[in-house]
Design a protein around this ligand. Structure first.
Ligand SMILES: Cc1ncc(COP(=O)(O)O)c(C=O)c1O
Length: 448
């Protein structure tokens, strides 16, 4: 059990944190508290001082099957022991072929498909941004304000996230408003109206005057915009967008790097909207912690005359782990568990709203949940600093989670049980009460 007092010895952790600060650039860090991870197992983690934590993050959604799942671990060990351990570019290896077959099998759509294997979510989205214009002969792309597709120059260019706007080119890519019912770009309105307004702008202005349809290869979308705050579009948006894309011969490409492979209670996030995708990018949970990404989609998009490969893409160790991850997701009914546990958590968090004025909105699908914090439930003024205080206080009480802006992101391993959820909810509830009562020393926030 995590220590309920929140008073934890962090002596050994702080010593490693000091060494880290001296040698690792802050440019690769997004850290809200001084957690030095030493061990992880299932839905729990331990720091260097032996303190235990429940995990509401799954390390950015990577640990879908929980940390160290025995079948995933064994598959990787076997691959290390038995297989060629170099990558796929110059030679054929069976784990890579098997993984591609499995991905093609689970990707919905009665059309010819191909797969591509890489190393990270960024390179998968980057690959799609390169091939779609070449395969279609149309030079332009459309993506969304607030989207996060990765950190390479290409995947950054299709993103519309504030964190990526400084160093990124991409004049051929136009950003459309993403329908956000809680904070509609057009002002307060009904959910469905929010959708229709966003779509109307895209259809009658953006795809006519800025990125004309006959010059637009593809629209890139997240089926739930996650790094901008788990924004769930209204149900009528994607079906109407699919229709529009079909009418105008534009491919609809989904970034399923974070939401894909069961997290939302469906294998792919776009399936919630009753539509098919022309291609998807996958990564985070795919390799069970090993670096791996994939693109799956229409053969005509992927079989483009362009060499686009990474030397380390599709390593047999990662591919073997991924085949095991897909097996565990299926055998252990994790897609169903994500749906069931997600509903349970969202209901409980929604109930907390009555006692916690900091909670403005609770949303998400399956185990991709956002809790938006506000200074006032009526005005909806964002409470960013409180979100960072809350993440820190949860850490002190034994719960790991992240905040992006004023939204707490909850993405536990898909294996969580009701009792794990109740334990974490109790910590979250106590931490919220502490922040609301001003029981937090802000000096802890910077410079740990
Ligand atoms: C939706 C989405 N797409 C792409 C990426 C980039 O993935 P990676 O960090 O593996 O390059 C991320 C990472 O946070 C993401 O959330």
């Amino acid at each position: 059990m995590p220590d309920p007092s929140g008073k934890r010895a962090l002596t050994r952790s702080r010593a490693v944190a000091a060494r880290d600060e001296a040698v690792i650039t802050p440019s690769m860090k997004y850290r809200l508290y001084p957690f030095v991870v030493a061990r992880s197992d299932g839905v729990r983690m331990w720091d260097k001082d032996g303190n235990e934590y429940l995990d509401w993050m799954a390390t950015g959604g990577t640990a879908a099957t929980g940390y160290g799942h025995p079948k995933v671990r064994q598959a990787a060990i076997d691959a290390m022991n038995n297989e060629y351990t170099g990558p796929l570019v110059c030679y054929i290896h069976e784990p890579g072929v098997e993984l591609a077959e499995r991905l093609i099998d689970i990707f919905p759509g009665e059309f010819d498909k191909k797969a591509w294997l890489g190393v990270s979510g960024s390179d998968a989205m980057d690959m799609l941004a390169k091939v779609a214009p070449i395969a279609s002969g149309r030079p332009r792309l459309v993506s969304y304000i607030g989207a996060f597709h990765g950190m390479t120059i290409g995947s950054g260019a299709i993103s519309g996230h504030g964190a990526l706007t400084r160093p990124i080119p991409g004049g051929h890519i136009t950003k459309a408003p993403y329908p956000n019912p809680y904070r509609c770009a057009w002002g307060p309105c009904d959910k469905n109206e929010c959708s229709l307004r966003c779509l109307d702008y895209l259809k009658n202005d953006l795809l006519v005057n800025v990125s004309p349809s006959d010059e637009t290869a593809a629209i890139f979308a997240e089926s739930i915009q996650s790094d901008s705050g788990e924004i769930v579009p209204p149900d009528n948006y994607f079906p109407a967008l699919r229709e529009l894309c079909d009418e105008r011969g534009i491919w609809l490409i989904f970034d399923e790097v974070k939401v894909g492979l069961g997290r939302t209670g469906r294998m792919f996030g776009f399936e919630h909207f009753g539509i098919e995708a022309d291609a998807v990018g996958l990564a985070k949970p795919l390799g069970g912690g090993f670096p791996l990404s994939a693109v799956v989609g229409r053969q005509e998009i992927l079989d483009v005359d362009l060499y686009t490969a990474y030397t380390l893409g599709g390593s047999p160790v990662s591919c073997s782990a991924a085949v095991a991850v897909l097996g565990v997701i299926e055998e252990e009914g994790l897609v169903r568990n994500a749906g069931k546990m997600g509903r349970y958590l969202r209901d409980k968090l929604d109930e907390m709203k009555a006692d916690h004025p900091l909670i403005g909105d609770v949303r998400g699908k399956g185990l991709l949940i956002g809790v938006e914090l506000v200074k006032d439930q009526q005005t909806r003024e964002p409470a960013d600093t409180d979100a960072y205080r809350l993440a820190y206080r949860c850490f002190e009480l034994g719960l790991i989670l992240l905040a992006f802006g004023n939204v707490m992101e909850i993405t536990p391993p898909l294996t969580i049980t009701r009792s794990d959820a109740d334990e974490a909810l109790d910590i979250f509830d106590r931490a919220l009460a502490d922040i609301e009562a001003g029981r937090f020393d802000d000096a802890k926030l910077p410079g740990f």
